[in-house]
Design a binder for this molecule. Sequence first.
Ligand SMILES: C[S@@+](CC[C@H](N)C(=O)[O-])C[C@H]1O[C@@H](n2cnc3c(N)ncnc32)[C@H](O)[C@@H]1O
Length: 226
Amino acid sequence: MVDGYFTGGKESLFDYWQDPERAKKFKSGGSRVSAVRYLLNKAEVEIHQGTWIDTAIGAGFVQSQLFQTVEPSLLVGVDFSRPMLELVDSEVERVLGSTFSLPFRKESSTIVTNIFCLSDYPDPSTAFEEYARVVKTGGIVMFLDYSSEDEYWTLRQQAHSEEVVGNINLRNPDTIKQFLPKMLRVVLNIILEAETSTDSFDSRIELPGTLKRAFLFVELYKPRGS
Ligand SMILES: C[S@@+](CC[C@H](N)C(=O)[O-])C[C@H]1O[C@@H](n2cnc3c(N)ncnc32)[C@H](O)[C@@H]1O
């Protein structure tokens, strides 16, 4: 096994995310910033002072970008890692819990997001069903992740083979479709592309000066009567 990467199922993933040093690294967004800005612009259009549940909030990097543009009346961040939640800013309501079993009532939030987490899981359908349950009628669910088109993960795969990349489930607009809940309507299912400098990358493999990143972005809407 390549040192420092997880293998196996949900239990080892849980341990992987309990490391306080890893939590500190996730406080900054690195090359994910452009994709997250795209999501925040969508949220700005949709939210109209509603509530927002961010599942797998991590160390709160997304929220450090958020208040420049969007101001939800309530922002709740859920994560199963205490070290991660401890780094989240105090204006966020922090909840220790799982994205596969959200501790919220049906129809409780205007926006529900999951950002850079579900590629950890071979089958994210339970998580999507949970998002469909807790989002309000007329509300939106947004999902952002790494994708199979991404140059960084392609290079990692070449360097480490399936040993590492086999543990991350990289998807694209076609392969994510099978997991999306029928009760939500697909608004967008696209790849966001960004060219990034690798100067700030903390990588164990040799990288070119710039990389083409490709992120998967999905926006779902909960229609009336669903
Ligand atoms: C790659 S980090 C992303 C964090 C944050 N969304 C961001 O973009 O910076 C993945 C996060 O998902 C959390 N996580 C993974 N599986 C989870 C689950 N089943 N329930 C709750 N949190 C989970 C981990 O603890 C970690 O904080």
